[in-house]
Every structure is written in C-alpha cells, then in structure tokens.
Design a protein around this ligand. Structure first.
Ligand SMILES: Nc1ncnc2c1ncn2[C@@H]1O[C@H](COP(=O)(O)OP(=O)(O)O)[C@@H](O)[C@H]1O
Ligand SMILES: [Mg+2]
Length: 265
C-alpha cells in the first residue's frame, strides 16, 4: 500500500492573468492531516477544488493512493468511485444542504446512491452518533438546526461515502469560536476513529495548530514554506509565515506596523 493517501504534483491553474496556483506539490500520509494556510486570494480554494475535481488543473496531477485521479468522466460508476476517493466540506453548510430534506434523509440519499440494495437505517444512526447529532436532529430540516449542527450534517454526509480523504475548506470559519472548538474536536476524534486523511484549508493559524500534523504556507499561488506544523509555526523560516503569525490578533498587536511590513515583503 502506498504510504501517501493523497499527493499533488506540480499543480498549476491560471484564470487569465491571475496565476491562482503555481507549482503546488504536497503529500498527505495515510490518516494524516495536512493544513494549507495563507491569506485570502493565496490560492487555497483553487487547490482544494482541483483536488476534489471541481476545477481542472492546467498542469500537474492529483494522486489518491498512488493512482492519478484523472478527468471526471461521464460514467455514473466512475463518478461515484471518484466521490469515494475525496469528499469536501465547505465553509457554509447553509448552502450545501437542501432546505426541504430532513437530516436522516440527506444521509439515506447519499447511502442509497453509493451503496444501493441494502438497508441503511443502522448506518444512518451510526453516522448521526459519530457526529454527535441526536434523534431529534435526525428528523429536523436544515433551517431548524444551528450552524454547528448543520456542519455536523455536512460532515456526516461526507463520511457516509467512506472517503479516503476529506477536504475541509474553511469548514469552521463561519462558526462562533466556541462552536469552532467543538467541531475541531469532533474532527480530531473522527480522524482517530476512521483513519480518513484530512486536507485542512484555513486562513486561521490557530486552526492549523489545533488540527494538522503538517502545513503548507501559500502566498500568491505558491508554496512559500512547508513542514511539520509545530516546526513551521514554532520557528518560521519565511518572512511571510512570520508575518502571518504576527497578524494573529493579540494584546499589543499593531495593525499599522503589520500593514507596513506586508507592503515591504
Ligand atoms: N473562477 C475564477 N475566475 C477567476 N479568478 C479566480 C477564480 N477562482 C479564483 N480566482 C482567483 O484566483 C486567486 C486565488 O483564489 P482562491 O483560490 O479562491 O484563494 P483563497 O481560497 O486562498 O482565498 C484569486 O486572485 C482569485 O480572485
Ligand atoms: Mg478560499
């Protein structure tokens, strides 16, 4: 078995003159958690969308367990198999859930699509339990749920497919800080229980510190620094990483000085 569940080699993607992603490579070990951090516009989401297959790279490959993912293709079986390789959790659970469908039915639909011909009641209960949603939430529609509960539903739906990798793009950014902590803890538990690899995309260094083993720092489409999270955040080598660390609000924080330093980079 290859040691990496997910690999990206030399990804490029331009939108006209904008080089959103330039020569981005990384490797995620089986069951590992890799963060991609950078300011808004640094190319994180474009990288995520290429990995998932929502965006085509101009160059470079994405490999899952050593096999190139290739083009999406049209066949239904191929599409489903691709979906089982990588699942994505988006920032805004409000947009990714059908307002008319109850939580248990959301999960049942996904299970029916991927694992037809079996009874899914037990698996639905298992998934709800795994993401900490009770039986009352199971019957609710998305608008009756809190933001945190909705994100739990989105996570359960992604897990239902039994993916090799979960790509989380700003998955906790829309939530209150206390709810963020609950969801981050939940995600850590799920990774431990399932061995699913995480590609964790965030602008928030606190999140990176909390839930990743390794991190890539992106700036203007390029990787400026990469390594074990503790090392990169503990002893950043690149001035941009230092600046990101200094930009985290804390007592004595001087936004003017940071803005000046950023201009001079
Ligand atoms: N579909 C698109 N069309 C044109 N430009 C895009 C598109 N998607 C992203 N970009 C541009 O690519 C750059 C990287 O964007 P993005 O990957 O969303 O960064 P991030 O997620 O780090 O904020 C930005 O300059 C953005 O405006
Ligand atoms: Mg983004």
């Amino acid at each position: 078995m290859p040691e990496h569940v997910l690999e990206a080699t030399g990804l490029h993607r331009a939108f006209g003159d904008v080089h959103a992603v330039e020569d981005v490579s990384f490797a995620l070990p089986e069951g590992g958690s890799l963060g991609i951090v950078g300011e808004s516009g640094s190319g994180k989401t474009t990288t995520a969308r290429i990995v998932v297959g929502l965006e085509q790279a101009d160059a470079g490959d994405v490999l899952v367990r050593g096999r190139v993912r290739g083009a999406p293709g049209r066949g239904r079986a191929r599409r489903l198999a691709r979906a089982r390789e990588v699942q994505m959790v988006f920032q805004d659970p409000y947009l990714s859930l059908d307002p008319r469908t109850g939580v248990a039915d959301v999960l049942r639909e996904t299970l029916r699509l991927h694992f037809p011909g079996t009874d899914h009641d037990r698996r639905v209960r298992e998934l709800l339990d795994q993401v900490g949603l009770g039986t009352r939430a199971a019957e609710a529609r998305p608008r009756q749920l809190s933001g945190g509960q909705r994100q739990r539903v989105a996570i359960a739906r992604a897990l239902a497919v039994e993916p090799a990798v979960l790509v989380l793009d700003e998955a906790v950014a829309a939530l209150d800080v206390s709810v963020q902590a609950q969801i981050l803890n939940l995600l850590a538990d799920i990774r431990q229980d399932t061995g699913i690899g995480y590609l964790f995309i965030t602008h928030d260094l606190g999140v990176v510190r909390c839930v990743t083993d390794e991190v890539l720092v992106m700036r203007r489409g390029r990787v400026v620094e990469a390594g074990p999270t503790a090392e990169v955040l503990g002893a950043p080598q690149h001035p941009y990483t230092r600046l990101l660390l200094e930009s985290v609000p804390r007592p004595g924080w001087d936004p003017e000085a940071i803005a000046a330093a950023r201009r001079s980079l």
